[in-house]
Ligand binder design. Structure first.
Ligand SMILES: C[S@@+](CC[C@H](N)C(=O)[O-])C[C@H]1O[C@@H](n2cnc3c(N)ncnc32)[C@H](O)[C@@H]1O
Length: 312
């Protein structure tokens, strides 16, 4: 049984900050009011699909270590001695904390809709800023030498991606780098897959599509193009796949547990939206988990990075 089963209750999470920029469209950036569904806590009036509670904090930290192992590091861009680093959608802040340790002379900013892990003792050169990428970042042009954004595929509606990446480029200093890390959302990003995996994938993709999220794997494949359209140069695109299940060794076992927990995190909204019982959805996720070893399923990811030209 994974260790995050022994989690504390969702009310241990700090409440959302109350200052927010004016809203439009999805009314994003407003106070991220929580909503309880089943035993999980979600943000309201946000396209963001995943829970915001202590169980998810633990899963995100766990996932951070898996991705760091898969990529042999925290980033691929050829950064040298950045003075200011920004992590957009920083989640638990773990990535940003590690960058703050690695670059003790840099100021590292983590931005998210709300702060989690209030009990953590962040490095002294780290600070949290509440914000919403879909409302524009609360920073001046050209303020950061390295801007990182990882796994906002379940948060940024597909049509908003080009604008979001332009916003990341806007706050990047000339000569600085933007790096994006995403997972695929097409069925072909879960291949080879069995029937339970295909069914739970389809239900989650449909749930995401209702919020405008990419359900066809287009965003992951377009990351380098978004960077180029935002005026960045020296772009690189690095696709990689992580095995799911014991057949893939330790990283495969860990990633399978991570995905299993991630899907469980949206079992209640899936059940509610598609008129199924949550028990039925949980069983489907359990079957999918078993299938990954049988079918040798892999999950696809990509990293894309690019540099803001000096003359920008
Ligand atoms: C799947 S988590 C990834 C967290 C972190 N980047 C990581 O890789 O561990 C997505 C994060 O994006 C945040 N998020 C969702 N919508 C956002 C938005 N519109 N602006 C900023 N952050 C957002 C969520 O609160 C969550 O912490």
């Amino acid at each position: 049984m994974p260790w995050w089963f022994f989690r504390r209750r969702s009310r241990d999470i700090a409440p959302a900050a109350t200052s927010a920029p004016p809203s439009s469209g999805w009314r994003l950036g407003e106070v991220a009011l929580p909503r309880l569904q089943g035993s999980r806590r979600y943000l309201q009036e946000q396209p963001y699909l995943l829970p915001k509670d202590l169980g998810e904090v633990n899963r995100l930290d766990f996932q951070h270590y898996i991705l760091r192992a898969a990529l042999h590091g925290n980033y691929l861009a050829p950064i040298e001695q950045p003075r200011r680093i920004l992590d957009v959608g920083c989640g638990t802040g773990q990535w940003a904390f590690e960058l703050a340790h690695q670059f003790p002379h840099a100021e590292v900013v983590g931005l998210d809709l709300e702060q989690v892990k209030p009990s953590a003792s962040p490095p002294p050169n780290y600070r949290f800023v509440q914000g919403d990428i879909l409302q524009g970042l609360p920073f001046d042009n050209n303020s950061f030498d390295f801007v990182h954004q990882r796994l906002l595929i379940a948060a940024i509606p597909q049509p908003a991606w080009p604008g979001a990446v332009q916003e990341l480029a806007r706050v990047t200093a000339p000569g600085g780098w933007v790096e994006l890390v995403e997972t695929g959302t097409a069925l072909e990003d879960w291949l080879p897959s069995g029937p339970a995996t295909q069914e739970i994938y389809t239900l989650s993709a449909q749930l995401g599509a209702l919020r405008g999220l990419d359900a066809e794997g287009l965003v992951m494949r377009s990351l380098a193009r978004y960077l180029e359209e935002a005026g960045l140069v020296n772009t690189h695109y690095y696709p990689f796949a992580v095995p799911l299940g014991e057949w893939g060794g330790r990283i495969g076992s860990l990633m399978a547990l991570n995905v299993y927990e991630g899907w469980k995190g949206i079992s209640a909204p899936i059940a509610a939206r598609f008129g199924r019982s949550e028990q039925e959805i949980l069983q489907l996720i359990e079957q999918a988990y078993q299938e990954w070893t049988q079918f040798r399923t892999q999950l696809h990811f990509a990293v894309a990075y690019g540099q803001k030209p000096l003359s920008h």
